[in-house]
Design a protein around this ligand. Structure first.
Ligand SMILES: Nc1ncnc2c1ncn2[C@@H]1O[C@H](COP(=O)(O)OP(=O)(O)OP(=O)(O)O)[C@@H](O)[C@H]1O
Length: 248
């Protein structure tokens, strides 16, 4: 399934410059990462792709499905940057609720909640209230929510922020397995060094426009010569932004 954003423009306020300006993008296969300075428009782009926001002009489609259709919403999962705990819900209820909102039956949602929480290593927290979790644990609940309805497209907004090194490894394994199953993943991150080596594709946003969109190899080629491999992703990122006069 191909997710396409075509000539999209989005502004939060009238008479203000758009946050996303006439942007066209197609999500490649495997893992794509979305980079850019604070305020570049990464979360806004993910929300447009997830049908949480709707463009003022242009379109968001999945093959022939428009982004306002139920089928589109079922095929696409979105993990927001801020995962809200619902104080009255347990961890399993929180994830099952997301599954139910995405069209699963109550029984399926309840069952899938258990298995997706096992994938993020939270089986021992099923019956705890979400309000009692740490920030990193709550992000893992958010990821379980994105996994619960087996979407073909995953849109993850800074999923590794605040995760400890072991949980980063668990996250990478999950993403690697999903990629192998043909799920397409777009994730935003500031963790250039950590994730670039895993990514198939890199997109860089600056001030609402794409300044790079291509395979990881072509992104890394922007690193000035002489950088060792471990520092190449950061060097490539800085070089691209400097080239485009970004204020970062
Ligand atoms: N709800 C909102 N109302 C008004 N302006 C907003 C709103 N959300 C975001 N913005 C503005 O839109 C711009 C892009 O924000 P966005 O959150 O998409 O950037 P980002 O690249 O995800 O940033 P970060 O890396 O800091 O998360 C910023 O200037 C931000 O202030």
């Amino acid at each position: 399934m191909t997710l396409r954003i075509t000539s999209c423009t989005y502004a939060y306020r009238r008479r203000r410059p758009p946050v996303i300006a006439d942007l066209t993008y197609e999500l490649a296969g495997g893992l794509s990462i979305l980079l850019g300075p604070n305020g570049a428009g990464k979360s806004t782009l993910l929300k447009l792709a997830a049908s949480v926001l709707h463009p003022k002009s242009g379109s968001v489609t999945l093959d022939s499905l428009g982004s306002r259709t139920r089928e589109f919403r079922k095929a696409v999962a979105w993990m927001p940057q801020e995962i809200a705990s619902l104080p009255s819900l347990t961890v399993r209820e929180w994830v099952a609720y997301v599954g139910w909102l995405k069209g699963l039956s109550k029984a399926e949602a309840w069952q899938n909640a258990q298995s997706s929480l096992a994938r993020v290593e939270l089986s021992d927290r099923l019956d705890m209230k979400t309000s009692s979790l740490s920030g990193g644990q709550m992000r893992r609940v958010g990821l379980a929510g994105a996994l619960v309805h087996s979407a073909r497209i995953l849109l993850l907004d800074e999923p590794t922020a605040g995760l400890d090194p072991h949980q980063r490894r668990v996250f990478r394994d999950i993403v690697g397995n999903l990629g192998a199953d043909g799920v397409r993943i777009l994730l935003s991150t500031h963790d250039v060094a950590d994730l670039a080596e895993e990514a198939d594709h890199v997109t860089v946003l600056n001030d609402g426009s794409m300044i790079h969109d291509g395979p990881t190899r072509s992104f890394l080629s922007h690193a000035p010569t002489g950088f060792d491999a471990a520092r190449a992703p950061e060097a490539a990122y800085s070089a691209l932004l400097a080239h485009h006069g970004a204020d970062f």
